[in-house]
Design a protein around this ligand. Structure first.
Ligand code: ADP
Ligand code: ZN
Length: 432
């Protein structure tokens, strides 16, 4: 198998060996900041005495709040002048977290990203257009430098503006894009409105990530554009994209275990989950100098996929992210994730490109409203057919989430579109 980096094909033994060596180095580096210095001392762990990977569990978890408290540079483990760049999380769920990178950090990140892209068939003769936001968001520069590392002609198009995206695709013959799932469907819709056929443009591969989406959503993007979609996972705290990526099998994302130690834990007890069991992903960085992060609770829910991938890579696979622990909402005592709703909606061909979940209180109790865009050709159908569709969707949703929602069908392109990551849930029950 041709690979960008031979670590991609390491055996389990080789991975474990590298993990131990790199974790020792990481512990030595992390001890240089007060925060980890104290935690490591309390746990009796030092670079010298750390000789068993299972001892990692003696360290407490690092939470998002820990990182927020250390903002902006509390976790810095190298002199400031060795830092060449900083990034922040998008702040989707609150105050930002800042991560500072040394030159080596930036290089190893670009290598990881190039590895992901090479794995799914991107080569130096591809033209790569990055349709994600730039700036502090790691989906911009993070993927950009990976594409350049591969030698692709790289177009930093940025987010939105479908007309300009299309012009760049046409003028430069773009073959690979990076795009948010929510924007991919919107782009398709805008192209169709401009009288274009999205299947006729030359893009053959889309790297899609940064927010949760279902497999049904993926198939929609693939069908609309006639291309292959590969799921890309990462988070600013662990550099950004390049942490885990789907291989050509499209059956789970390989976590690059030579660069990260993954754990999946029960979010309540903190105990490890068995393979196949859903829990919270916890990550430890192994190659970072500027700001190593140990046992970081991502709040992302997934599971290790049991068994080996047929592609031959031995880096463990995780399932696509089910959602963030923070995304879960409770209606009438039932825990619900937006992706459960998306899964049902996307199984209806009549359903269009966007949906919105509204939580309200009508004075008697919680009301779950689901607004669903319907494809134009179906919206002109008679009222009876539309009501029938609405009731069928409501019934199928109830079967999935055990709460009967109020489904409202709306015309395509009428729901709010987010600039960056999609807003799927608006909770109007909380006091403003
Ligand atoms: P923020 O948490 O503010 O959005 P980031 O920009 O660092 O900050 O985003 C990282 C988060 O985005 C992850 O923790 C995860 O919740 C989500 N994410 C990233 N990639 C994916 C993906 N492929 N599938 C689902 N969720 C993803
Ligand atoms: Zn594989």
């Amino acid at each position: 198998m041709e690979v960008f980096d031979k670590a991609e094909l390491w055996s389990r033994d080789e991975i474990a060996h590298a993990q131990l060596t790199r974790l020792k180095t990481t512990i030595g580096r992390a001890a240089k900041c007060d925060f980890y210095g104290k935690r490591l001392a309390d746990a009796g762990i030092s670079a010298e005495n750390f000789n068993d990977l299972s001892k990692l569990a003696d360290l407490p978890f690092t939470t998002k709040d820990d990182l927020r408290e250390q903002y902006p540079t509390g976790l810095l483990c190298v002199p400031k002048n060795e830092i060449v760049r900083m990034h922040c999380s998008s702040g989707t769920t609150g105050n930002p977290v800042a991560i500072c990178h040394t030159r080596n950090d930036i290089n190893s990140w670009a290598d990881l990203m190039a590895r992901c892209m090479f794995m799914v068939g991107v080569r130096s003769n591809d033209v790569f257009q990055n349709m994600s936001g730039y700036g502090l968001f790691t989906g911009g520069l993070g993927i950009h430098f990976g594409a350049e590392r591969l030698g692709c002609m790289t177009i930093p198009a940025g987010a939105g503006n479908s007309r300009r995206q299309l012009k760049l695709v046409r003028d430069f013959g773009t073959t690979v894009v990076h795009i948010l799932p929510s924007y991919a469907l919107i782009l398709a819709e805008n192209l169709i409105e401009m009288g274009e056929d999205p299947r006729q443009i030359p893009i053959r591969i889309a790297l899609v990530g940064a927010e949760p989406y279902t497999d049904a959503f993926r198939r929609r993007i693939e069908d609309l554009f006639d291309l292959k979609v590969y799921n890309s996972f990462g988070l600013s705290e662990m550099n950004g994209p390049g942490v885990a990526f789907e291989c050509p099998e499209q059956n789970g994302l390989h976590i690059w275990e030579d660069a990260y130690i993954p754990e999946i834990i029960d979010p309540v007890t903190g105990k490890p989950c068995a393979d196949g069991e859903i829990g919270e992903l916890v990550l430890t960085s192994l190659c970072r100098e500027g700001m190593p992060v140990l046992r970081y609770r991502t709040r992302d829910l997934t599971r290790f996929l049991p068994g080996d991938c047929v592609c031959g890579r031995r880096h463990r696979r995780m399932d696509r992210i089910l959602g963030r622990a923070d995304d879960m909402f409770i209606v009438k005592g039932v825990n619900i994730y937006p992706m459960q709703i998306e899964k049902v909606l996307m199984s209806f061909p009549e359903v269009g490109k966007n949906y919105l979940i509204l939580l309200e209180n009508d004075g008697i109790g919680d009301v779950l409203r689901v607004q669903v865009e319907i494809e134009k050709q179906h919206f002109v159908e008679d009222m009876r057919a539309l009501h029938g569709l609405r009731d069928t969707i409501a019934r199928r949703l109830r079967d999935e989430i055990l709460v009967t929602p109020r489904v409202e069908l709306v015309e395509g392109n009428t729901l709010l579109r987010a600039e960056g990551k999609a807003v799927r849930v608006v909770d109007n029950r909380k006091p403003k």
